[in-house]
Design a protein around this ligand. Sequence first.
Ligand SMILES: NC(=O)C1=CN([C@@H]2O[C@H](COP(=O)(O)OP(=O)(O)OC[C@H]3O[C@@H](n4cnc5c(N)ncnc54)[C@H](OP(=O)(O)O)[C@@H]3O)[C@@H](O)[C@H]2O)C=CC1
Ligand SMILES: O=C(O)[C@@H]1CCC=N1
Length: 261
Amino acid sequence: MSDTILMIGCGRMGGAIAQALAPACRVLAFDPHADHLPAGVERLESLSGAGACAVVVLAVKPQGFDAIAPALASLAGPGSVILSIMAGITLERLSAAAGTGAALVRAMPNTPAAIGCGITAAVASPAVTARQRAAVTRTLEATGQVLWLEDEGDLDAVTALSGSGPAYFYRFAEALIQAGMERGLDAETATRLARQTFIGAARLAEVDGVPLVELRRQVTSPGGTTAAGLAVMEADGAIDALAGQVVRAAARRSRELSQPR
Ligand SMILES: NC(=O)C1=CN([C@@H]2O[C@H](COP(=O)(O)OP(=O)(O)OC[C@H]3O[C@@H](n4cnc5c(N)ncnc54)[C@H](OP(=O)(O)O)[C@@H]3O)[C@@H](O)[C@H]2O)C=CC1
Ligand SMILES: O=C(O)[C@@H]1CCC=N1
């Protein structure tokens, strides 16, 4: 078995994975509509030209799964592992398409993968060998951290937390910018302050594994400004209630996406 990786779908996430892998191994991509592929990635005009690939990455939208499903059985040859990053598409649906006994991994990355700072949670079907698991780990580690899970049922929560999560942080930063403008800052100043606060806070959270609660305490002077702001966030459990609703809604959508249309 070659160490060739085949991408089916090479958009935002597939492209990020392909770009991370291309310097180290042969990467093929089948994506009829992608105008350009990352440097070093070979375009495939048809899936029949793929040959045997060590890892076949499914990176089309979940709504596009039905269109690629008929090709999976022939791609799931001996030694190949199919790695799906599609939100909501279950191992059961992948298996129905690829064939019973196919080596399947369902994974959920996130967009910081594009700069090697992602985190991906993954679940393997029983047919996945140790060697295939290692190949998938290497594939995903090109984009950041990898976390193997035992229970596929956890992937809806993972999708809702870390898969969708970057958008929640951006949305909160957008809200802070708006709030800063309402307090008299111009748009450019508010945006610069919010962006760099967001980046700096994230970098600080990387240092020495200091617990988030401690990092928060370091900002919060007793009787000071931060305490006044946090009191509003926490009044009647507002922030926890909001996070709960957000993650529940996203997890529910992940489960809905698992239903065949
Ligand atoms: N974006 C994110 O933050 C994350 C996304 N995911 C998952 O990754 C998957 C891809 O998402 P994302 O990269 O954002 O989506 P994109 O739309 O950016 O990429 C999907 C690509 O697949 C192409 N495509 C569509 N149909 C086919 C087909 N039949 N054969 C080959 N290629 C095809 C699309 O072309 P065209 O645009 O012309 O349709 C597009 O270029 C989704 O399933 C999503 O759930 C997982 C984690 C995070
Ligand atoms: O919004 C979505 O459905 C995809 C999955 C996780 C992030 N983006």
